[in-house]
Design a binder for this molecule. Structure first.
Ligand SMILES: C[S@@+](CC[C@H](N)C(=O)[O-])C[C@H]1O[C@@H](n2cnc3c(N)ncnc32)[C@H](O)[C@@H]1O
Length: 272
């Protein structure tokens, strides 16, 4: 793989089987929303360059270390089980449940926002098949390097981008996921607004995030603990309320320990 080359620089007979997926992912972009023109870097598309969102606390800085990116996939099931006293155990059960909530089918385009090491994105790629596309977006280059190494496939592409300002054109995705990540994003409600924008009418969203007492919306300050850890605890109505204000319908919330999974649909436009 070349560093920083444009997609057009590659020969048509490039043997990397992820290249067609990168090209298909680049067709979803809105150039006006990209901080730089898309460049291929180590197997992923970079539209962010040297301007990732600020890592404001320990949690966000951790996400950018090579060590954490390397061990994350091993520790995730344990961490989530502890946090949520979860439903059915098992990594594949989590993935299958999420794919069902997203309504994934062959040929669909799914965006996995803040994908980390691609532990869901790669699997989504197998669900949507050769005519579909799963695009993982993350602000951490070390996570993306792991994603390319561990969870690539012919229908999978990764992108260095910011969840708060997604580089995609409007209404390009059939489904959007944001799993175990919203609590780390500096402007989480702005990120939800972006997910609404890129979803097609009829598209599904799944958000897995934290759940705690109190709430985030309308609160002017972040607590010292939140600032140091960069982990926010969302209240029961924070995510559902924001989704409702965006216009989502069929909002379903499953609470489990200090985790919540929220699923919703972007409605079709009413015909005049
Ligand atoms: C705990 S990992 C979640 C990985 C995966 N989605 C999962 O369910 O296991 C959280 C990810 O959020 C990413 N992240 C945080 N803020 C972001 C932002 N503004 N834009 C894109 N990714 C962001 C981090 O880099 C990290 O990879």
């Amino acid at each position: 793989m070349t560093d920083g080359s444009t997609l057009a620089d590659h020969r048509a007979d490039d043997p990397a089987d992820t290249l067609p997926a990168l090209r298909r992912a680049s067709a979803l972009l809105d150039p006006a929303r990209c901080r730089q023109s898309p460049a291929e870097v180590d197997g992923y598309l970079d539209v962010l360059g040297a301007a990732p969102p600020a890592a404001q606390g320990f949690g966000q800085r951790l996400m950018r270390t090579r060590f954490y990116a390397g061990v994350y996939q091993l520790g995730r099931p344990v961490g989530l089980r502890l946090a949520s006293l979860l439903e059915a155990p098992g990594r594949d059960a989590d993935r299958a449940r999420t794919a069902a909530r997203l309504g994934l089918r062959p040929g669909a385009t799914v965006l996995d926002i803040a994908c980390g090491p691609g532990n869901f994105t790669g699997w989504f790629g197998t669900r949507v098949g050769p005519d579909g596309l799963a695009v993982g977006v993350d602000a951490s280059r070390t996570m993306l390097a792991r994603a390319v190494a561990d969870n690539s496939g012919p229908s999978v592409a990764y992108l260095h981008g910011d969840a708060e300002q997604l580089p995609f054109a409007d209404e390009v995705a059939d489904a959007v996921s944001c799993l175990a990540a919203l609590y780390l994003i500096n402007e989480p409600f702005q990120a939800i607004g972006e997910m609404w924008r890129v979803l097609k009418p009829g598209g599904r969203i799944v958000i897995l995030t934290s759940l705690g007492p109190g709430g985030q919306r309308g609160r002017a300050h972040v607590t010292t603990m939140e600032k140091l850890s960069s982990v926010r605890m969302f209240g029961r109505d924070d995510i559902t309320g924001c989704l409702r204000e965006c216009g989502f319908t069929e909002i379903d919330q499953v609470e489990a320990g200090i985790a919540q999974t929220v699923t919703a649909t972007k409605p079709h436009r009413a015909t005049p």
